[in-house]
Design a protein around this ligand. Sequence first.
Ligand code: NAP
Length: 516
Amino acid sequence: MLQGRSLVGWSRAAGGEGTLHGYNAGTGERLEPAYGGATAEIMDRAANLAASALPAYRALPRRRRAEFLRAMATELEALGDALIERVVTESALPEARLRGELARTTGQLRFFAAIVEEGSWVDARIDSGDAGRKPLPKPDVRSMLRPLGPVAVFCASNFPLAFSVAGGDTASALAAGNPVVVNAHFSHPGTAEMCGGAIVAAALKTGMPEGVFSLLFTVGREIGQALVAHPSIQAAAFTGSRKGGLALAAIAQARPEPVPFYAEMSSVNPVFILSHALGERSDALAAGLHASITAGVGQFCTNPGVIAAPAGAAGDRVVAALAGKLAATPEAPMLNAGIFENYAGKVAARSADPRLRTLACGKGSAPSLFEATVEAFLAEPDLGEEVFGPSSVLVRYGKFEEALAIAHTMEGNLTATIQMAAGDEGEAAGLVAALETRVGRIVFNGYPTGVEVCQAMVHGGPYPATSDGRTTSVGGRAIERFARPVCYQDTPEGLLPEELREGTTGVRRMVDGKYV
Ligand code: NAP
């Protein structure tokens, strides 16, 4: 069934720039088939085909685009156990998690289908003209969000379904009316090919123009970089390392015609435990933190990498319970050898770091917990950097002002969590004021792992969490990354997009300053 070829429009391309294999992430066994790396010519063809599909695709009625997204979800579901089997093999993630991730992926596609069909996301605004206005006539001015053009999507290693070929970036870019060219992740090529095949099947069944979707298997980094630099590509989205995100963002910026680049990179998701919460539920806090740190072998961008807890006896009990649970958790396979080596190397460095005290540290990919003093943590920012995997740094604060200083010192993050109870309100308000400028989402009395796909979700945050903290890669607003406002002045009715025409109903619009 798998052919080991890139998908360029409706065709398969054999490639020739080296060879890529999937691996069983649990055993290291090499998997078939071999994937021929896309050549520069194949990438060029995919990007140009995407540009040629743009006029027809962006002009489709909303209902047609929604049909395509829903058909993608149906085709993914039709892959059934074969998809689950391959993705379990390639990622070593538990089957239950991956079935959940598939449901999230198809749910995301249907979520964006509903957004497109409903139509209000385009933020249509109409300011009626007034030929009799003095001293000058007022023009008729209308605007709405329109698609940017072909989008390049770089798949994530840690979400082989929900942040990969048919994941949130692809879904939101297609929903906004843009063709997509995907750069597969080397960790799960078989999964990528199956998902890509499902998208092509959905596109054919719903009569989409060829080039609306292409999938490239790339060996080395040149082709991915050339894709971002390609003149047909008008935006790109990425989930991965800070180094990779910055390298590709620099390419997007250095083009003769720079384009938006949305990278989700590194985040340590601090958890602040306030004193009354500690007194009220220490056992639950230890259990909850343990579950959040170890979920998916810590390979979540929302993994809690920094914990600030009050000093004192109650705090000691939580820390001892958490350290005990972490120390008793065995190692488990990580997503790929590179991620394992990165984790093991960074944990070894933390173990040997004289600024840190080791509270728990097993072997290999087992969880670890280290403690830094407030003084060291505030003075030496590297102690608060992401270690991708189940490792956290604990900081015990004496006065609340120290917790506040930690919040002010942190780099940009996707999330911050406040554990509070009655009596903590004043301190929580102080933290919220500090964290609003530093993070995308503030969680109360929960844990950062687990991101709800809904209209209000923000999965973003200031650098280095993302390259552009004004947006989100999860939730309804994600679609806005791939559109820009276009204004039509004194435009003949027949030349306006549907949402801006007289008599259009069913779409929320701002008409002469009022939403109708
Ligand atoms: P990555 O190394 O950044 O790679 C992500 C994708 O981007 C891969 O397809 C990779 O291609 C490509 N890429 C990276 N740098 C590139 C460059 N300079 N030019 C062209 N393409 C480039 O991330 P990863 O493999 O997913 O995981 C490695 C590390 O990323 C983890 O250890 C972790 O620190 C971090 N990570 C963070 C998150 C998050 O959400 N914050 C999620 C996943 C991973 P290649 O296949 O050629 O490498």
